[in-house]
Design a protein around this ligand. Structure first.
Ligand code: NAD
Ligand code: ZN
Length: 387
């Protein structure tokens, strides 16, 4: 699909208006809908498109040093636009280590120093950390200005750039400061994934596996059948992946934008996964920890009669091909993981509910609830089996 269009431009339309654009509706939160644009070679024309969508608005780009080094910032701003320099804030060092309130403060102050006002638009060029920080800063600046998300990692294109969750970490926990600040638009240029390192690329694909498991059995098969092309970063297949992911995430956040109930299904594999991620003190990437969490969920399903060995085998095989870990690292004790599960932000009386599937594409529901009770003894046994 990338090569079929002039300049590789491709956009899609959900709800079958036409097949060119995907719209996510966010009822009740300021802006009512936004478009997700997916394709190749989008970065070079993006500023013109933002200019068209926000006439008279002044862009402010937030990115990180790795994006700058990889040349993506230059492709985006190509020096200047309409004869005026574009102010840029480059997060350095890149990654989670800079995802704290001081970075958000620095971005807001950089915008002030650039004489920007409420007529500005923030462009977040980067992975999930840049998107989360820039979106959060945009929500704070002058009581909120629009943010355009331009995700450049497999994780951000599958997950974090859609849905409006933004925030930064405190010294105590992840995303402690946070708001819903839905993007004004999302531009996914799959070409940008070419420069991402292999470990981040593979870990980011775990969110695609999660989406397939909770919503779309045919998508799971697609992943199995196209895994070689995916790992070779075939842009056509990556565009297809982005579209499938956005359809699923867009559909869920449209129904439940504030995570009152159904949106919780996106946390599939995350109850154990988050605990393992924290216990590893971020030695494991998010997607790597979630892979372990997906296997944990599959084992709970088997113990509860919701799943079988054949499904677990298919899940393990796909994740193994991605090269992500399927076992909890030995240096992390079961009790540490258990303690962190009890501290899950959705826990009630120190024990959270779990999202489980009854088959690929089908989340198990009890009395209309998408997260269900699982006994702690069962989780203990499952955790033991994850070593
Ligand atoms: N808002 C949400 O809904 C949501 C959902 C899931 C995760 N997240 C957050 O996302 C963050 C993780 O995001 P991530 O995995 O994208 O990590 P990241 O943003 O740290 O990116 C990973 C690394 O890749 C580099 N990078 C990014 N794009 C690149 C490219 N195209 N070429 C070369 N290098 C590139 C970055 O500089 C960084 O070093 C976490 O903070 C997590 O909490 C948010
Ligand atoms: Zn996740």
């Amino acid at each position: 699909m990338c090569s079929a269009q002039p300049r590789g431009w491709a956009v899609f339309l959900l709800r079958l208006k036409s097949m060119t654009e995907l719209t996510v509706k966010v009822p009740g939160i300021g802006q009512t809908e936004y478009q997700i644009h997916i394709g190749c070679a989008l970065l070079g024309t993006l500023l013109d498109r933002v200019h068209t969508q926000f006439p008279g608005h002044k862009p402010f780009v937030v990115t990180d040093q790795n994006l700058k080094d990889a040349g993506h910032l230059e492709t985006l701003i190509h020096g200047q636009v309409n004869g005026k320099d574009i102010p840029v804030y480059v997060i350095d060092p890149p990654g989670e280590v800079s995802k704290h309130i001081q970075t958000a403060v620095a971005i807001v102050e950089a915008m002030e120093k650039a004489y920007l006002g409420r007529d500005s638009v923030v462009i977040a060029l980067g992975g999930g950390t840049v998107g989360d920080i820039a979106g959060f800063a945009a929500s704070l600046f002058k009581r909120g200005v629009p943010v355009v998300q331009v995700p450049t990692t497999a994780l951000a294109q599958a997950d974090s750039s859609v849905g409006g969750k933004t925030g930064v970490d405190s010294s105590v926990s992840k995303n402690a400061f946070g708001v819903f600040w839905h993007p004004a638009a999302v531009y996914m240029d799959v070409d940008s994934l070419a420069t991402l390192n292999d470990r981040d690329f593979r870990a980011g694909l775990v969110e695609s596996v999660k989406h397939a498991m909770i919503q779309d059995a045919a998508y799971f098969e697609y992943l199995e059948q196209n895994i070689t092309a995916i790992l070779a970063r075939d842009t056509q297949v990556l565009s297809e992946l982005a579209l499938k992911n956005c359809r699923i995430k867009g559909h869920v956040v449209q129904i439940d934008p504030l995570e009152k109930n159904m949106r919780r299904i996106l946390n599939y594999g995350h109850t154990i996964g988050h605990a393992v991620e924290s216990a590893s003190r971020f030695g494991l990437l998010h997607g790597e920890a979630i892979a372990i969490g997906l296997i944990g969920a599959a084992r709970i399903e088997m113990a509860m009669g919701l799943g079988d060995q054949a499904r677990l085998n298919r899940t393990s095989a796909l994740l193994e091909t991605l090269g992500v870990p399927l076992k909890i690292p030995r240096e992390i004790t079961r009790d540490t993981v258990l303690d962190l599960i009890k501290r899950d932000k959705k826990a009630v009386d120190k024990w959270p509910k779990f999202v489980l599937i009854s088959r690929f594409g089908q989340v198990h529901q009890v009395n209309g609830q998408w997260a269900v009770d699982v006994k702690q003894e069962m989780v203990n046994k499952v955790l033991d089996s994850l070593y």
